[in-house]
Design a protein around this ligand. Structure first.
Ligand code: CA
Ligand code: CA
Length: 88
């Protein structure tokens, strides 16, 4: 039981730090993992349906035109979204 308490304390301390590292609540990787529901490392168009902005920008986000979004493509999309938000 002692070990569990220590692990919990470590998790409580580390989780907010990793979430805030990029300055927003969910990291790009967390968002990517949520969208990649079958965890094959790519977001397919079917998986992107829950993300309206990503669907809108699908053709530009899929930079290498392989019909799916990999993590580097998604992070470029996220950065694009962030910079647009900041300009408003
Ligand atoms: Ca997938
Ligand atoms: Ca791609």
């Amino acid at each position: 039981m002692k070990t569990n308490g220590i692990l919990l304390a470590v998790a409580v301390v580390l989780l907010p730090l990793s979430a805030n590292a990029e300055g927003y609540s969910a990291t790009t990787q967390e968002k990517f993992n949520k969208l990649d529901t079958n965890h094959d490392g790519y977001i397919s168009q079917a998986e992107a349906k829950s993300h309206a902005q990503l669907m809108q920008k699908w053709s530009t986000t899929d930079a290498n035109k392989d019909g799916k979004i990999e993590e580097s493509e998604f992070s470029a999309f996220e950065e694009d979204m962030m910079s647009k938000k900041m300009m408003k």
